[in-house]
Design a protein around this ligand. Structure first.
Ligand code: F6R
Length: 241
């Protein structure tokens, strides 16, 4: 794992965005996989700026998303389809047909997960963006006895619901389930960039950087087995010891 330590959150976002811009410029029909939450928002702002300044072109870029809540309409402000439109896609020159955020309803769980996996498999992911949960989750792959391979429905960890309740009126409003790409699909991405910002991530980053074995109870540890992972974090979170 490659680790880049920057002075502050803004610099982390800029560094992450520069990797994206460089990779898109190298391969204009690149396939991305993107994350939501607080962490990538600065990076998305940088991508919007670069697109407006003609430093990067999204015309041929294709994009998937890691995960989404279940039970929220697409226009609910906490649905990740809405998030992606608001935070990125409405502000760059990506084609509507070229991005997809997973979205399921109770009737189509099984077929949807299979279809999503098939699309991921057919496209292949070149560059994948991750945040990390305080409990070590990546996408919504929560600590568990075993890793999941493909896209699946997950019961959200209470810690995750609590952490994400800041986006909702109350914790009761946080969905109990989500759809998430599996660890298998994440690991197939050619290149992975993980950003960690904010004091709350200090412990989990320390644990990840000192991890010696892969353990499904600490899902991010799987990244030890990937050959192109870059972790970008801020000085305040980085404990050299
Ligand atoms: C979101 C996702 C999650 C978040 C993680 C950190 O699409 O995949 O794994 O990256 O929960 O969230 P923030 O960035 O809000 O701290």
């Amino acid at each position: 794992m490659n680790i880049i330590v920057k002075k502050n959150a803004d610099e982390v976002s800029k560094e992450g965005a520069n990797i994206f811009i460089e990779e898109i410029n190298k391969k204009p029909n690149i396939v991305l996989c993107l994350a939501t939450g607080s962490t990538p928002q600065g990076l998305y702002k940088e991508l919007i700026k670069a697109n407006k300044n003609n430093e990067v072109n999204f015309k041929r870029v294709k994009s998937f998303n890691l995960d989404n809540y279940i039970g929220l309409e697409k226009n609910d402000i906490n649905n990740y389809d809405y998030y992606m439109r608001e935070k990125l896609f409405n502000h760059i020159n990506i084609d509507k047909e070229n991005w997809l955020v997973p979205f399921v309803n109770e009737e189509n769980y099984e077929t949807y997960c299979k279809e999503y996996d098939q699309l991921l498999e057919e496209s292949g992911i070149d560059l994948l963006l991750l945040g990390i949960g305080e409990n070590g989750h990546i996408a919504f792959n929560e600590p568990s006895d075993k890793f999941s391979v493909g896209t699946h429905i997950v019961d959200l960890d209470e810690k995750t619901r609590k952490a994400n309740s800041r986006f909702f009126d109350s914790i009761e409003d946080v969905p109990k389930q989500a759809i998430t790409m599996g660890i298998g699909s994440i690991m197939k991405a050619k290149k992975i960039v993980l950003l960690a910002i904010g004091e709350k991530k200090k412990e989990v980053i320390k644990k990840l950087l000192s991890a010696e074995k892969i353990d499904p109870q600490f899902p991010a540890s799987i990244l030890l087995a990937h050959r192109d992972v870059t972790i970008i974090t801020e000085e305040a979170l980085y404990d050299k010891n």
